[in-house]
Design a binder for this molecule. Structure first.
Ligand SMILES: NC(=O)c1ccc[n+]([C@@H]2O[C@H](COP(=O)([O-])OP(=O)(O)OC[C@H]3O[C@@H](n4cnc5c(N)ncnc54)[C@H](OP(=O)(O)O)[C@@H]3O)[C@@H](O)[C@H]2O)c1
Length: 359
């Protein structure tokens, strides 16, 4: 029951690998042989490694042969992620990733179509707390609290606030890709749980797992507080605000290209951000029948929470779920159970507000 980890030299994968290795054989896959050897050694000899670039279909398929699940943790652009997902399914394995980027989930769905059903495997994108499946679980739990069932709501507004997450080259790269993809900026304020406060948010194209397939996409709006003034990593705030300003200035692609290098350099200084400097919050406002239920989650360790979510979803995928195809985390694990488990693991605090009132 082998699990393959793609992007195995990165921070997310290095935190996840020992947990996966504890349940059985794992294969670490990526493009840097020396980094992979070091990552395998850190697993105490319980991991093998294979070199495969994300554009090398043959190497990807070879690396994934025999795996039951591939967990993709690299900061890939949409077309690269879709290729890795297609090679996973072609190898007869289920696919999970940690991408919050809506364009990645859309590219995977377009590339794979019904291939996962035909292969009898599961594809579950966006298993991550910020902009990923945590929002799917929160929104589904809020909706069931509001209506007792999963009828389509009038609106789902999701707010994300983080401090210190964009501290690796990969996460900053992904955040900037999403900034570039933002077609038109609109703003609103959202009340986040402490230590955040009422934060100014911008429309931001986050995938939120498979929420857009569970409910009409037009009903869902996603917002990010890019530089929360109440708390925050100075580097992240500066980098994202610079990018935001450049995007608004018009000449986005040229300006971003020249701004990217110093931003990534600054990000690498933050690479080992002290855990206490990291914070994130996710707020789901679900409006149905003219009344709104809000559920929010706040956590302190976005990488550890990602690892916990992956452990939970990997177990579900390897268990008896009877599902195939592209599915959301809320279709594999009941949202309330997933949230309770994350709270019990110490990863989240969850707050519910049933005050209702006009949306
Ligand atoms: N939304 C969330 O809550 C959340 C939480 C955690 C992580 N994430 C996402 O997870 C991803 C990784 O983040 P991280 O912090 O682990 O980043 P990281 O430490 O910088 O690692 C990035 C990894 O991706 C690999 N990579 C980058 N471009 C590649 C390419 N074109 N082909 C193959 N491999 C490539 C890197 O390989 P090299 O070592 O060879 O460069 C490295 O292994 C990001 O997209 C981030 O946004 C999301």
């Amino acid at each position: 029951m082998t699990i393959a980890l793609y992007g195995a030299t990165g921070r997310t994968a290095r935190e996840l690998a020992p947990h996966l290795a504890a349940r059985g054989p794992i294969v670490l896959v990526g493009r840097d042989a020396a980094g992979l050897a070091a990552a395998a050694a850190a697993c105490g000899g319980r991991a093998q490694y294979c070199v495969a670039r994300s554009d090398d279909v043959d190497a990807l398929r070879r690396s994934f042969a025999g795996a039951r699940v591939v967990v993709q943790c690299a900061s890939l652009a949409a077309d690269d992620a879709a290729r890795v997902a297609a090679c996973t399914v072609a190898a007869g394995a289920s696919y999970l990733d940690v991408c919050a980027d809506a364009s990645v989930a859309e590219a995977i769905a377009a590339e794979l179509d019904d291939a996962p059903d035909r292969a009898g495997v599961v594809v579950c994108p966006g298993v991550a707390p910020i902009g990923g499946a945590l929002a799917e679980w929160l929104a589904v739990a809020a909706l069931r609290r509001r209506t007792g069932e999963l009828t389509a709501p009038e609106s789902i507004e999701l707010g994300f606030c983080s401090a210190g997450l964009a501290s690796t080259p990969g996460s900053l790269r992904s955040a900037l890709r999403m900034l570039l993809a933002t077609p038109a900026w609109s703003t609103r304020t959202i009340d986040f749980p402490p230590p955040f406060a009422r934060e100014q948010c911008f429309s931001f194209p986050l995938g939120c797992g498979r929420l857009g397939q569970l409910f009409p996409r037009a009903a869902i709006r996603t917002w990010a507080a890019l530089a929360p003034p109440t708390i925050g990593s100075a580097t992240t705030a500066r980098a994202l605000w610079v990018a935001h300003g450049l995007l608004r200035s018009g000449d986005a692609s040229h300006a971003l290209a020249s701004a990217l290098a110093p931003m990534l350099e600054a990000a690498s200084i933050d690479r080992d951000d002290a855990p206490e400097r990291l914070r994130f919050a996710v707020v789901a406002h679900v409006t149905s029948g003219g009344r709104t239920t809000a559920i929010s989650a706040v956590g302190q360790r976005p990488y550890a929470t990602t690892v916990a979510m992956q452990r939970l979803v990997v177990s579900a995928v390897l268990g008896e779920h009877g599902r195939t195809g592209i599915v959301g985390a809320a279709e594999l694990i009941r949202a309330e159970e997933a949230l309770d488990w994350l709270v019990a693991e110490g990863e989240l605090r969850v707050f519910a507000d049933d005050a209702g009132g006009p949306a």
